[in-house]
Design a binder for this molecule. Structure first.
Ligand code: FAD
Ligand code: DHB
Length: 391
């Protein structure tokens, strides 16, 4: 196979890049290790920044998002059960966020690929990158026991944190920055109405909790758990009891308990790999950086990278202009580090660490109290939450 851009990974980053390139008349082939069913069922993010929504519309995959997405103009913060509201719309210049599941974005993008007869190559095993330092890189893989090869001008590494692309950058060039947090999030999905009208972040002496949703009839709820806990430790009844305690009696009064249709534990990590480009290889999304989910930034950052990369590749193919490709890594990283900072800050502010002593808890509560009373502090939170502009 010969194409302009070989894209590794059919997550939101890889699929959206392929869709945007198609719109610009640039060919791309997407290689994905997992099956279509697996990719479409993976439950993850749910909060979209306006820039993410705009880009999905520009890519022609915004119709269902417009119909089914829920606009949220604010969010809630609960401190030991007492709730106050951050008015995102009022504080961040009329900006808001949209609730729409990452799974739905993935389905919409795969449908758009199928509609133009450009299905991703699913179940591509042993994907390997070759000659990324030359102008004629290529990717090899194995599918159904048969070897395949994609010759291309560029490779986009959109294969997530556990992907292979990042390893194609020599260790002497790649710098990594990392922080692992000493806890995880236990998340459940349940077909019950949300207990709070907006996303509610709860800081409690017993630990963090988050009340979110996918629709008016589907709840997505999380509690902080320690890393040695397993799903067996958390039958539905225990989950709802702990969740209710942490969000406090006001919101808990509106909980409808329901059977978990999905339950999983995710570790929390901050990670950045620099640079995001090596020769003809460009990294985008979780392949280059991970944030803890507390700020709802991971998916939005991945989409932000894709916007920059699609623009850079388009400038190259339209006018042989390489300047955007040359500045891609630095521009993307500028925004990435600000989201890293915000996600780290939200995580540190709201979670109980094994080392949290009574003094630390007093400091957390004092900072939350300050945010409750200060328009300046609320504005800083709101600006970051709805998404910072590109520098
Ligand atoms: P991925 O979605 O990881 O996609 C990478 C793809 O590459 C996968 O399909 C994978 O199978 C494939 N792949 C991997 N290795 C190979 C290989 N060797 N060959 C071929 N293919 C390969 N973000 C937010 O913005 N808001 C939120 O509210 C939010 N909540 C979250 C909640 C949870 C519980 C979790 C776990 C994450 C959350 N995130 C959130 C983060 C968000 O889900 C990720 O940042 C996002 O999926 C990144 O997209 P991506 O396309 O870069 O990577
Ligand atoms: C959701 C996930 C997040 O990480 C977050 O900060 C807010 C909402 C969610 O899954 O809905």
């Amino acid at each position: 196979m010969r194409t302009e851009v070989a894209i590794i990974g059919a997550g939101p980053a890889g699929l959206l890049l392929s869709q945007l390139l198609h719109g610009a008349g640039i060919g791309a082939v997407v290689l994905e290790r997992q099956s279509r069913d697996y990719v479409e069922a993976r439950i993850r993010a749910g909060v979209l920044e306006q820039g993410t929504v705009d880009l999905l519309h520009r890519a022609g995959v915004g119709a269902r998002l417009s119909r089914e997405g829920l606009r949220h103009d604010g969010l809630g913060l609960a401190v030991d059960g007492e709730i106050f509201r951050i008015d995102l719309d009022g504080l961040a210049g009329g900006k808001h966020v949209t609730i729409y599941g990452q799974t739905e974005i993935t389905k919409d993008l795969i449908d758009a690929h199928l509609a133009r007869d450009a299905a991703p190559v699913f179940e591509a095993q042993d994907v390997a990158l070759h000659d990324v330092e030359t102008n004629r890189p290529f990717v090899t893989y194995v599918r159904d026991g048969i070897s395949g090869r994609v010759d291309c001008d560029f490779i986009a590494g959109c294969d997530g944190f556990h992907g292979v692309s990042r390893t194609a950058i020599p260790p002497s060039i790649l710098q990594t920055f990392e922080r692992a947090y000493p806890f995880g999030w236990l998340g459940i999905m349940a077909d019950v109405p949300p207990c709070h009208g907006e996303v509610l972040y709860a800081s409690h002496a017993r630990g963090f909790a988050l009340a979110s949703m996918r629709s008016r009839t589907r709840s997505r709820c999380y509690v902080q758990v320690s890393l040695d806990e397993t799903l067996e430790d958390w039958p539905d009844g225990r989950f709802w009891d702990e969740f209710a305690l942490r969000i406090g009696p006001g919101a808990a009064a509106h909980i409808t308990r329901g059977e978990a249709i999905e339950k999983s534990i995710a570790p929390l990590r901050s990670f950045v790999a620099e640079p995001m480009r090596h020769g003809r290889l460009f990294l985008a999304g979780d392949a280059a950086h991970i944030v803890p989910p507390t700020g709802a930034k991971g998916l939005n950052l991945a989409i932000g990278d894709v916007k920059l990369l699609a623009e850079a590749l388009t400038a190259f193919y339209r006018a042989r202009d390489e300047s955007r490709l040359d500045s891609y890594s630095a521009r993307a990283l500028q925004r990435v580090w600000k989201a890293e900072r915000f996600s780290w800050w939200m995580t540190t502010l709201l979670h109980r660490f094994p080392t949290t002593d009574p003094f630390d808890r007093k400091i957390q509560v004092a900072e939350l109290d300050y945010i409750r009373a200060s328009r300046a502090a609320q504005t800083a939170l709101a600006e970051n939450y709805v998404g910072l502009p590109f520098g």
